[in-house]
Structure formats: C-alpha cells, structure tokens
Ligand binder design. Structure first.
Ligand code: F6P
Length: 353
C-alpha cells in the first residue's frame, strides 16, 4: 500500500443509482488507509482536463449514500479514445501524483480503464449501469433501483388502465439487454414481455389479450425492451387494431435512472467500492468487479468485455479461435447460464401472465 499516494475515482457513461454509495465506500476505504482521493469530475473528460476535487476526509463524502445520480458527474468522452486524450490524462495523473484509479460505469468505462492500466496507471472497474448488461456479474449497481422505479411507474399506468379498460405498452431502458424488461414485466403482472434475447410471439401475445378480455380482464400491460428499437410503439397500434382494446404507448426513458437507490444497490455499491479499493492496494489492476452467486470477485477487463460480446453474439470467429480452451469454457458456461436464467424467467412470465 505504501506506493499509493493518491487515488482517483471517476464515474463515466450513463449514471446509475448507487454510484454515490460506491464512490463513498471506495474513497473512505482509501482515506482509512491514509491515501488521499481525487474525485475526477465528468468521467474521463475530467482526467483529460484535470477537473477534480480532492477528498481529504470522510466528511467530504457525507450524506451521499442515499442520493441518486453521481456527485462526480458523468460524461461519455470520445477524446479519451485517442492518443492525444490519453497523453493529457496521463499527464494529469503524473502532475497530481495519482497512482491508481477506480472507474465506475459500463463497458465504455471498462475500455477506458483497461487502456489506462496498459499505460501504467493501475485501474479497476466497478460495474455501475442500470442495464445489468455486464455478463460476468450477476448484478450491476443501479439495476435494482431502475427496476423498482420502472415497476412503480407501470403500477401507476395499471391503475388508470383498469379505470378505462385500456392496454398500455411500456418501453423500458436496458440498451440492448432485456433484463429490466423481463423482471419488471413479471413484477407488474404484464400480459406479455418482449426482449431482444428471446424471440417474441406477437400472435400469441395478441391472442392472450383477446382471451383475457373475454375472461373479464379490464387492464393490460405489455413491457417491451428499448433494445427492440421502435417496436413498442408499433406493437401498441397493432394491439389496438387487433384486440379492440384502446392501447396507449409510454416510454419511461430517463426517469428510470433517477430516484433514491434501493437498499440492494447501496449494499452492492458499498461492497464493491470498498473491495475495489482493497484490490487496488493489493496490487491488482485491469480488472472489473463481479458478484456471482452472492460472492464478490473479479475478472480481467478484456475477458469481461469479450464475454459480453460473446453473449451478444458479436464475437468475431478469429477472436473466438484466439481464446484459450479455459477461457472458452468459462465464457461459454457463463453465457449459457445467463441465457438459461432469462429463458427460465421468460417462461414464468408467460405462464403466469
Ligand atoms: O446505459 C444506460 C442507459 O440508460 C441505457 O439504458 C440507455 O439506452 C442509455 O443509457 C441512454 O443514454 P443517454 O443517457 O446518453 O441518453
């Protein structure tokens, strides 16, 4: 630990409820070890511009565990992807004696973290994204809060649907991943759920609404992932035409990114923030934290990004061939486990809708 003088912490990409709890935990762990902390503002852009604030005491991080957003602000930064941007970021680290960085965010954040590690700044990633689309971990920070927010909004729509005997098709966030849609669909009693990972049977969904209406049901909820770009709005029109049920469309959008973090997110963020700092002090670098089967662990960032691409079926054949037998085995097993879990939940969603 002696080699660390100052640590930088940044949040980058889309904000996620619980990021503040992760910042607080990581910073306090460092301060407890006698290491000062720079809060780098607006992600990698702040590192390029030297836009930072120094935390010298735990009091500098008081009363943020319960707040959403990120006190360090966030941004998506193109400049950092180029050598000139990286050179400025490295100069900021050198000038300010920053010997290590904790980067909280999603896959774009991890790409930046692995680049920094390769340039001699030990960097550790913490998965903070509402999308839960980091395949090597069961959960990401912000996922639980976003689902609860979406569920509560859908409950509100259910109330008015019931009064007016309507259907509401709701598009939820998640980028290319259907995790939020799948779980909020189940939790809000949706008649149907459409996600990118599993083919959607539109005919069956429409027939279900027709049958449910005939059975006396008045309100209908259909949850669609934004990953099926533009589909939710079209589906609302089709349902109205085919079932005769007046159907509204709602896009929940960024409302899902705000709101007080849930206990689950605060806990996960606190565990991951403190552990990430411990790992950095132990000399680890170029890793992303994970939580699998209830246990905090880590994966090399390159592997974490590769298994994400494998899950999204975006891995090029030559990339696949270049993997070691051991890596192929765990990555394939991981993708199969995530897919199987989604299929299991999807089947339940259909059975009980
Ligand atoms: O990654 C988080 C996320 O909220 C996605 O669910 C969504 O697709 C995207 O970010 C929206 O990005 P922006 O905040 O740039 O509009």
């Amino acid at each position: 630990m002696a080699q660390f003088r100052r640590i930088g912490i940044l949040t980058s990409g889309g904000d996620a409820p619980g990021m503040n709890a992760a910042i607080r935990a990581a910073a306090r762990e460092a301060l407890a070890g006698g290491v000062e902390v720079y809060g780098i503002l607006e992600g990698y852009q702040g590192l390029i511009d030297g836009n930072m604030k120094l935390f010298t005491s735990a009091r500098d991080l008081s009363n943020i565990i319960n707040k959403s957003g990120t006190v360090l602000y966030s941004a998506r930064c193109d400049e950092f992807k180029y050598p000139e941007g990286m050179a400025k970021a490295l100069k900021t680290c050198k000038d300010n004696h920053i010997d290590g960085i904790i980067a909280i965010g999603g896959d774009g954040t991890f790409r930046g973290a692995t680049d920094l590690s390769a340039h001699g700044i030990p960097t550790i990633g913490i998965p903070g994204t509402i999308d839960n689309d980091v395949t090597s971990t069961d959960v990401t920070i912000g996922f639980d809060t976003a689902m609860n927010t979406a569920m509560n909004m859908i409950d509100n729509l259910r109330d008015t649907c019931e009064s007016h005997a309507r259907c509401n098709v709701i598009e939820v966030m998640g980028r290319w991943a259907g995790h939020i849609a799948l779980r909020t669909g189940i939790a809000s009693g949706a008649s149907a759920v459409a996600i990118p990972e599993i083919p959607f049977d539109e005919e069956a969904a429409i027939q279900k609404i027709i049958d449910q209406k005939a059975d006396g049901k008045r309100s209908f909820i259909v949850v669609v992932s934004e990953g099926l770009v533009g589909y939710a709005e079209k589906l609302a029109k089709t349902i109205q035409e085919r079932t005769g049920v007046e159907t509204k469309f709602a896009r929940l959008a960024h409302i899902q990114r705000g709101g007080k973090p849930t206990l689950q997110d605060r806990l996960l963020a606190s565990e991951m923030g403190a552990t990430a700092m411990k790992f950095l002090f132990e000399g680890k670098s170029d890793i992303v934290l994970t939580k699998v089967d209830g246990k905090i662990g880590y994966r090399n960032i390159k592997d974490a990004l590769t298994v994400d691409r494998m899950f999204k079926k975006k891995l090029k054949p030559e990339e696949y061939e270049a993997l070691s037998a051991e890596d192929k085995a765990w990555m394939e097993a991981r993708c199969a486990a995530v897919q199987a879990d989604m299929e299991r939940l999807y089947a339940i969603a259909n059975e009980i809708s």
